[in-house]
Ligand binder design. Structure first.
Ligand code: FMN
Length: 308
């Protein structure tokens, strides 16, 4: 039996559950010879702001603790260039495309959603880890009510395009954040974003990154991400997209067992841009070997070691 790995995120159907995460796959065309974007469930493009952002001074990324700490600073071409230059060739290849939205005020997100609602983008993903300038720079996602209002405004402006809310890893109550995002109209949540981190050289007394702190990603954050995905999937009926340290098909299957409907591949793409395809092939083999017909038959099947 060939498993059917198509999954649904609200109104959106993905041909398979393996997506490229925002920030590691450019605009989907840079890595064509290694990973054709149309083969994946979806590609989420680099975070987009209303105008181009220059990003942080270097160094912008460093390996640490078996993972990566980055402070790129959300450098991007801006939504206008994305819509004119990056989106058409990506859609012409038949890729399912998500636009990741970044802003400094709730109005930024609504304006981006409005612009993108008129394009061929398949869904929006709100990165709520950005600092909210209206509230002293605290991340939008730090407060479930602020995140909910942001989501509501973006959903309204998106005029029917499915909206995912991408949750930060370290919040007081990640399940409440997920609940409020779905109540505010999101089709699904995705998590986790990178984990705030600092890399120090004791001899030079210097931080490794130009911005001093950054975001940790890759294998060290997988257990943290799995727990947050599990907590959210217990709290909401809507789909959860899991990510954080997925490098192998087995990692991806673990997120599905913990409750994820789909997964995103981040840092692994930087190590090997072919990894999403290898993970997809491995998942197909895993489902076939386990006699599982579809993702739903594995999803949320987590048991304790002492359960029957
Ligand atoms: C270099 C780099 C750039 C990133 N840029 C973005 C971004 O623009 N928007 C966003 O929501 N997440 C961004 N992320 C976070 C990833 O999408 C992902 O949430 C995080 O790295 C955890 O997944 P991983 O361990 O598989 O990398 C970025 C991550 C990295 C490593």
């Amino acid at each position: 039996m060939t498993p059917n790995l198509a999954v649904r995120l609200g109104p959106l159907t993905l041909k398979n559950p393996v997506m490229a995460a925002s920030g590691v796959f450019g605009y989907g065309l840079e890595l064509l010879e290694f990973c054709p974007p149309e083969k994946l469930g979806a590609v989420v493009c680099k975070g987009l702001s209303l105008t181009p952002w220059a990003g942080n001074p270097g160094p912008r990324a460093v390996e640490a603790a078996g993972g990566l700490v980055n402070a790129i600073g959300l450098e991007n071409m801006g939504v206008k260039a994305f819509v004119e230059k990056a989106l058409p060739p990506l859609k012409a290849r038949g890729a399912t495309v998500g636009a990741n939205l970044i802003g400094q005020t709730p109005e930024d997100y609504a304006a981006l959603a409005q612009i993108l609602s008129q394009t061929a983008v398949d869904f929006l993903e709100l990165n709520v880890s950005c600092p909210n300038l209206a509230q002293g720079g605290l991340a939008f996602g730090a407060d479930p009510e602020v995140a909910a209002r942001l989501t509501e405004a973006a959903v309204k402006a998106a005029e029917g395009k499915p909206v995912l809310v991408k949750l930060p890893p370290l919040v007081a109550d990640v399940a409440l954040l997920a609940i409020r995002a779905i109540e505010a109209g999101a089709a699904a949540v995705s998590l986790v974003n990178s984990v705030p981190a600092l890399v120090v050289d004791a001899k030079t007394r210097r931080a490794a990154l130009g911005r001093l702190t950054g975001g940790l990603s890759g294998p060290p954050i997988k257990p943290l991400a799995l727990r947050q995905v599990w907590l959210c999937s217990q709290a909401i009926k809507a789909p959860v997209v899991g990510l954080g340290g997925i490098f192998t098909a087995e990692d991806a299957a673990e997120f599905i067992v913990a409750g994820a409907t789909a997964v995103q591949i981040g840092t692994a793409i930087l190590a090997d841009p072919r990894s999403p395809l290898a993970i997809l092939k491995g998942l197909e083999e895993f489902f076939a070997a386990e006699g599982l017909p579809d993702v739903e038959s594995l999803r949320g099947s987590l048991k304790g070691p002492n359960d029957p």
